[in-house]
Ligand binder design. Structure first.
Ligand code: SF4
Length: 236
Protein backbone atom coordinates (compact mmCIF):
# COMPACT_ATOMS: atom_id res chain seq x y z
CA UNK A 1 0.00 0.00 0.00
CA UNK A 2 1.38 3.50 -0.77
CA UNK A 3 2.58 5.47 2.23
CA UNK A 4 1.39 8.80 0.84
CA UNK A 5 -2.02 10.48 0.88
CA UNK A 6 -3.42 13.40 -1.13
CA UNK A 7 -3.45 16.23 1.40
CA UNK A 8 -5.05 19.62 0.83
CA UNK A 9 -3.91 21.07 4.16
CA UNK A 10 -2.65 20.30 7.65
CA UNK A 11 -3.01 22.77 10.49
CA UNK A 12 -3.20 23.19 14.25
CA UNK A 13 -6.37 24.83 15.54
CA UNK A 14 -9.36 24.60 17.89
CA UNK A 15 -11.92 21.94 17.05
CA UNK A 16 -15.01 24.03 16.33
CA UNK A 17 -17.77 21.45 16.01
CA UNK A 18 -19.27 18.52 17.85
CA UNK A 19 -18.63 16.83 21.20
CA UNK A 20 -14.99 17.96 21.29
CA UNK A 21 -15.64 21.61 20.37
CA UNK A 22 -12.98 23.74 22.02
CA UNK A 23 -10.24 21.09 22.07
CA UNK A 24 -6.90 22.08 20.46
CA UNK A 25 -6.26 19.59 17.68
CA UNK A 26 -4.04 18.86 14.71
CA UNK A 27 -6.08 18.58 11.49
CA UNK A 28 -5.20 16.45 8.47
CA UNK A 29 -7.45 17.27 5.52
CA UNK A 30 -7.42 14.71 2.72
CA UNK A 31 -8.23 16.00 -0.75
CA UNK A 32 -11.00 14.28 -2.70
CA UNK A 33 -14.64 13.41 -2.04
CA UNK A 34 -17.21 11.02 -3.47
CA UNK A 35 -19.98 13.61 -2.85
CA UNK A 36 -20.50 17.22 -3.96
CA UNK A 37 -22.58 19.06 -1.34
CA UNK A 38 -24.09 22.25 -2.69
CA UNK A 39 -22.97 24.16 0.42
CA UNK A 40 -19.61 22.40 0.94
CA UNK A 41 -17.36 24.63 3.06
CA UNK A 42 -14.17 22.93 1.81
CA UNK A 43 -14.62 22.96 -1.99
CA UNK A 44 -10.83 22.79 -2.36
CA UNK A 45 -11.12 19.20 -1.07
CA UNK A 46 -14.24 18.24 -3.05
CA UNK A 47 -15.43 20.29 -6.07
CA UNK A 48 -11.91 21.33 -7.09
CA UNK A 49 -9.55 19.14 -5.07
CA UNK A 50 -6.20 20.75 -4.42
CA UNK A 51 -3.07 19.57 -2.71
CA UNK A 52 -0.25 17.14 -3.10
CA UNK A 53 0.83 13.71 -1.82
CA UNK A 54 2.28 13.71 1.70
CA UNK A 55 4.07 10.88 3.43
CA UNK A 56 2.50 9.40 6.57
CA UNK A 57 5.73 9.74 8.57
CA UNK A 58 6.06 13.39 7.58
CA UNK A 59 2.46 14.13 8.64
CA UNK A 60 3.02 12.50 12.03
CA UNK A 61 6.30 14.36 12.53
CA UNK A 62 4.53 17.67 11.85
CA UNK A 63 1.74 16.79 14.30
CA UNK A 64 4.30 16.03 17.00
CA UNK A 65 5.69 19.58 16.76
CA UNK A 66 2.44 20.81 18.39
CA UNK A 67 1.56 20.30 22.06
CA UNK A 68 -1.93 18.76 21.61
CA UNK A 69 -2.44 15.03 21.30
CA UNK A 70 -5.80 15.17 19.54
CA UNK A 71 -5.81 14.62 15.80
CA UNK A 72 -8.74 15.06 13.39
CA UNK A 73 -8.62 13.09 10.12
CA UNK A 74 -10.97 14.92 7.80
CA UNK A 75 -11.62 15.84 4.18
CA UNK A 76 -13.03 15.75 1.66
CA UNK A 77 -13.96 12.18 2.42
CA UNK A 78 -11.02 10.63 4.27
CA UNK A 79 -12.53 7.11 4.16
CA UNK A 80 -12.07 7.06 0.37
CA UNK A 81 -8.37 6.51 0.87
CA UNK A 82 -7.11 3.08 2.04
CA UNK A 83 -3.94 4.76 3.32
CA UNK A 84 -6.01 6.32 6.11
CA UNK A 85 -5.68 2.94 7.87
CA UNK A 86 -1.87 3.10 8.34
CA UNK A 87 -2.15 6.84 9.01
CA UNK A 88 -4.60 6.24 11.86
CA UNK A 89 -2.44 3.37 13.13
CA UNK A 90 0.60 5.66 13.22
CA UNK A 91 -1.31 8.26 15.26
CA UNK A 92 -2.61 5.54 17.60
CA UNK A 93 0.94 4.24 18.18
CA UNK A 94 2.03 7.81 18.97
CA UNK A 95 -0.67 8.11 21.65
CA UNK A 96 -3.07 10.49 19.90
CA UNK A 97 -6.84 10.68 20.42
CA UNK A 98 -8.21 10.20 16.91
CA UNK A 99 -11.39 11.77 15.51
CA UNK A 100 -12.47 10.77 12.03
CA UNK A 101 -14.83 13.12 10.22
CA UNK A 102 -16.77 11.34 7.48
CA UNK A 103 -20.07 11.60 5.60
CA UNK A 104 -20.59 7.92 6.38
CA UNK A 105 -20.79 6.48 2.87
CA UNK A 106 -17.64 4.31 3.12
CA UNK A 107 -16.68 1.92 5.92
CA UNK A 108 -13.16 0.94 6.97
CA UNK A 109 -11.70 -0.84 10.00
CA UNK A 110 -9.23 1.56 11.56
CA UNK A 111 -8.06 3.09 14.82
CA UNK A 112 -10.56 5.71 16.00
CA UNK A 113 -11.70 7.22 19.32
CA UNK A 114 -14.55 9.42 18.06
CA UNK A 115 -16.34 8.57 14.83
CA UNK A 116 -17.82 11.88 13.70
CA UNK A 117 -20.38 11.07 11.05
CA UNK A 118 -22.20 13.75 9.10
CA UNK A 119 -24.90 12.03 7.03
CA UNK A 120 -25.89 14.22 4.14
CA UNK A 121 -29.54 15.25 3.83
CA UNK A 122 -31.46 16.22 0.70
CA UNK A 123 -30.54 19.85 1.41
CA UNK A 124 -26.97 19.01 0.35
CA UNK A 125 -27.76 17.86 -3.20
CA UNK A 126 -26.51 20.24 -5.91
CA UNK A 127 -29.31 22.29 -7.44
CA UNK A 128 -30.26 22.02 -11.10
CA UNK A 129 -28.32 24.64 -12.99
CA UNK A 130 -25.39 24.72 -10.55
CA UNK A 131 -22.59 26.12 -12.74
CA UNK A 132 -20.11 23.70 -11.12
CA UNK A 133 -22.20 20.79 -12.44
CA UNK A 134 -23.41 21.85 -15.91
CA UNK A 135 -24.51 18.34 -17.01
CA UNK A 136 -26.06 17.38 -13.68
CA UNK A 137 -23.65 14.44 -13.32
CA UNK A 138 -22.77 15.19 -9.72
CA UNK A 139 -26.37 15.94 -8.82
CA UNK A 140 -27.24 12.35 -9.82
CA UNK A 141 -24.17 10.72 -8.24
CA UNK A 142 -24.53 12.70 -5.02
CA UNK A 143 -28.16 11.66 -4.66
CA UNK A 144 -27.28 7.99 -5.31
CA UNK A 145 -24.39 7.96 -2.85
CA UNK A 146 -25.27 10.26 0.02
CA UNK A 147 -27.07 7.69 2.21
CA UNK A 148 -25.56 4.26 2.88
CA UNK A 149 -27.33 2.75 5.89
CA UNK A 150 -25.06 -0.33 6.11
CA UNK A 151 -21.97 1.85 6.15
CA UNK A 152 -23.48 4.24 8.70
CA UNK A 153 -24.35 1.36 11.03
CA UNK A 154 -20.91 -0.21 10.69
CA UNK A 155 -19.25 3.12 11.51
CA UNK A 156 -21.51 3.63 14.55
CA UNK A 157 -20.72 0.13 15.82
CA UNK A 158 -16.98 0.30 15.17
CA UNK A 159 -16.00 3.05 17.57
CA UNK A 160 -16.48 3.50 21.34
CA UNK A 161 -17.69 7.07 20.82
CA UNK A 162 -19.68 8.39 17.91
CA UNK A 163 -21.65 11.46 16.91
CA UNK A 164 -24.12 11.98 14.09
CA UNK A 165 -23.90 15.61 13.03
CA UNK A 166 -26.68 16.87 10.77
CA UNK A 167 -26.31 20.14 8.87
CA UNK A 168 -29.82 21.60 8.83
CA UNK A 169 -31.30 24.29 6.60
CA UNK A 170 -34.85 24.41 7.92
CA UNK A 171 -37.36 22.46 9.95
CA UNK A 172 -38.37 20.30 7.00
CA UNK A 173 -35.02 18.49 7.45
CA UNK A 174 -36.24 16.94 10.71
CA UNK A 175 -38.53 14.39 9.05
CA UNK A 176 -35.61 13.08 6.99
CA UNK A 177 -33.41 12.86 10.09
CA UNK A 178 -36.10 10.99 12.04
CA UNK A 179 -36.59 8.55 9.15
CA UNK A 180 -32.86 7.83 8.92
CA UNK A 181 -32.40 7.41 12.69
CA UNK A 182 -35.29 4.95 12.73
CA UNK A 183 -33.17 2.71 10.49
CA UNK A 184 -30.09 2.89 12.75
CA UNK A 185 -29.26 1.29 16.12
CA UNK A 186 -26.73 1.80 18.92
CA UNK A 187 -27.00 5.57 19.23
CA UNK A 188 -28.40 7.70 22.03
CA UNK A 189 -29.90 11.19 21.91
CA UNK A 190 -26.68 12.85 23.09
CA UNK A 191 -24.94 11.41 20.02
CA UNK A 192 -27.21 13.41 17.70
CA UNK A 193 -26.21 16.96 16.81
CA UNK A 194 -27.94 19.65 14.80
CA UNK A 195 -25.70 22.27 13.22
CA UNK A 196 -27.05 25.24 11.27
CA UNK A 197 -26.00 25.38 7.64
CA UNK A 198 -23.77 28.25 6.61
CA UNK A 199 -20.40 29.80 7.33
CA UNK A 200 -21.91 32.95 8.83
CA UNK A 201 -23.60 33.17 12.25
CA UNK A 202 -27.12 31.67 12.14
CA UNK A 203 -30.13 33.96 12.21
CA UNK A 204 -32.09 34.40 15.42
CA UNK A 205 -34.94 32.42 13.88
CA UNK A 206 -32.64 29.51 12.98
CA UNK A 207 -31.11 29.47 16.47
CA UNK A 208 -34.60 29.48 17.99
CA UNK A 209 -36.00 26.49 16.09
CA UNK A 210 -32.82 24.43 16.41
CA UNK A 211 -32.67 25.12 20.15
CA UNK A 212 -36.31 24.20 20.54
CA UNK A 213 -35.88 20.89 18.73
CA UNK A 214 -32.68 20.00 20.62
CA UNK A 215 -34.43 20.59 23.93
CA UNK A 216 -37.49 18.57 22.88
CA UNK A 217 -35.42 15.59 21.69
CA UNK A 218 -32.43 15.79 24.10
CA UNK A 219 -30.14 16.25 21.08
CA UNK A 220 -27.10 18.52 21.01
CA UNK A 221 -26.77 21.92 19.36
CA UNK A 222 -23.41 21.95 17.61
CA UNK A 223 -21.62 25.28 17.45
CA UNK A 224 -19.01 26.33 14.89
CA UNK A 225 -16.52 27.84 17.33
CA UNK A 226 -13.78 28.12 14.73
CA UNK A 227 -15.97 30.55 12.73
CA UNK A 228 -16.54 32.67 15.86
CA UNK A 229 -12.84 32.61 16.72
CA UNK A 230 -11.19 32.95 13.33
CA UNK A 231 -13.89 33.69 10.74
CA UNK A 232 -14.43 31.56 7.65
CA UNK A 233 -10.79 31.16 6.67
CA UNK A 234 -8.73 28.16 5.61
CA UNK A 235 -6.35 26.55 8.04
CA UNK A 236 -8.54 27.06 11.07
S1 SF4 B 1 -19.10 15.33 2.06
FE1 SF4 B 1 -17.99 16.99 3.09
S2 SF4 B 1 -16.20 17.43 1.80
FE2 SF4 B 1 -17.62 16.17 0.58
S3 SF4 B 1 -18.78 17.69 -0.58
FE3 SF4 B 1 -19.96 17.24 1.29
S4 SF4 B 1 -19.31 18.79 2.81
FE4 SF4 B 1 -17.79 18.80 1.11
Amino acid sequence: MPTTLPISETFYSIQGEGKLAGVPSFFVRMSGCNLRCSWCDTPYASWTPEGSPRDIDAILREALTHPARHVVLTGGEPMMFPQIEPLAAAFRDAGFHITIETAGTVFRHLACDLMSISPKLANSTPREGDPRDPKGTWRLLHEQRRTNVDSLQALIDACPQRQLKFVVSDQSDLAEIDALLARLRNWSPVDILLMPEGVTPPTAAAKAWITRECLARAWRYSPRFHIDLFGNVRGT
